[in-house]
Design a protein around this ligand. Structure first.
Ligand code: NAD
Length: 283
């Protein structure tokens, strides 16, 4: 199957990055969000990143123009009627995602593949709300999308080989490295990463060390490029909490219980870098 036109739903930090790499690879991209301000912010951010890449001579001015020309704003899900692939990147919430997939199943052409950028939610369950579970797949990009090479490709129970192959080919066209994983809570990346972040939050909660010191230990002691609390702020504390809840529920194992301090920060609206405050403060 040949993919030409792509809709990315959710113009937040992940959706705008996914739209950028798809447009840079020559796909015709619709960037959709229910919030027009989010789309404008996403597009402005893409333009800023491309301008920086031109300044650093990593891409040409012509490549920048072509990429921007490949991007179109969309506020109507109905625009997906002409797309070969939809990549959903709305918030990490099963009810919100399944509503989007039910609508997409009605709107998109029969051949279209429906992918989710979920960090942890079961692809099999998302696929089950559609009449095409064989054409539903997880396409888990890493943050920041234009920089990170990995895409975890998650096969739901009914994902067909044809769908898998089309998405693996597309991932290669985006110049990313695909890794095939099966549908299990947190997949591989977040099953390993999030408990580490949650444990780092526990060390702050229990007064073992300050956020700065926890991050320094992991950076200088374990050679991590970024401390776990800086990374948590960067990912979004709401997203971290959603993922821990998926692991806790999915495995039914108390070792995955979200740290109360994480819950408290999310309730306070301290969501990390995107809200200006998390474990650190941002201007
Ligand atoms: P975000 O909060 O930055 O953006 C979410 C966007 O979705 C918002 O702009 C919101 O307006 C929009 N939205 C919500 N409901 C919508 C709907 N029904 N229709 C259209 N738009 C809608 O979130 P994010 O960090 O970009 O995360 C998005 C997804 O990507 C989540 O599933 C998350 O788990 C996953 N993910 C996040 C990271 C990360 O590091 N943040 C990494 C990999 C995957």
């Amino acid at each position: 199957m040949s993919i030409k036109k792509v809709m990315v739903i959710g113009a937040g930090q992940m959706g705008s990055g996914i739209a950028q790499v798809c447009a840079q690879a020559g796909f015709d991209v619709l960037l959709n969000d229910m919030n027009e301000v989010a789309i404008d912010k996403g597009l402005a951010n893409i333009e800023k990143l491309l301008t920086r890449a031109v300044d650093k001579e990593r891409i040409t001015a012509e490549e920048k123009e072509n990429t921007l020309n490949n991007l179109t704003k969309s506020t109507q899900l109905q625009d997906a009627k002409s797309c070969d692939l939809v990549i959903e990147a709305v918030i990490e919430n099963m009810d919100v995602k399944t509503k989007v997939f039910q609508q997409l199943d009605e709107i998109t052409p029969k051949h279209a593949i429906l992918a989710s950028n979920t960090s942890s939610l079961p692809i099999t369950e998302i696929a089950a709300v559609t009449k095409r579970p064989d054409q539903v797949i997880g396409m888990h990009f890493m943050n920041p999308v234009p920089v990170m090479k990995l895409v975890e490709i998650i096969r739901g129970l009914q994902t067909s080989d044809e769908t898998y192959q089309a998405i693996e080919n597309m991932t290669n066209e985006l110049r990313k490295t695909p890794v095939e994983v099966n549908d299990f809570p947190g997949f591989v990346s977040n099953r390993i990463l999030m408990p580490m972040i949650n444990e780092a939050i526990y060390t702050v909660y229990e007064g073992v060390a300050t956020p700065e010191d926890v991050d320094t230990v992991m950076k200088l002691g374990m050679n991590h490029p970024m401390g776990p609390l800086t990374l948590a702020d960067f990912i979004g504390l709401d997203t971290c909490l959603y993922i821990m809840e998926v692991l806790y529920e999915g495995f039914g194992d108390s070792k995955y219980r979200p740290c109360p301090l994480l819950r408290k920060y999310v309730k306070a609206g301290w969501l990390g870098k995107k809200s200006g405050r998390g474990f650190y403060e941002y201007n």
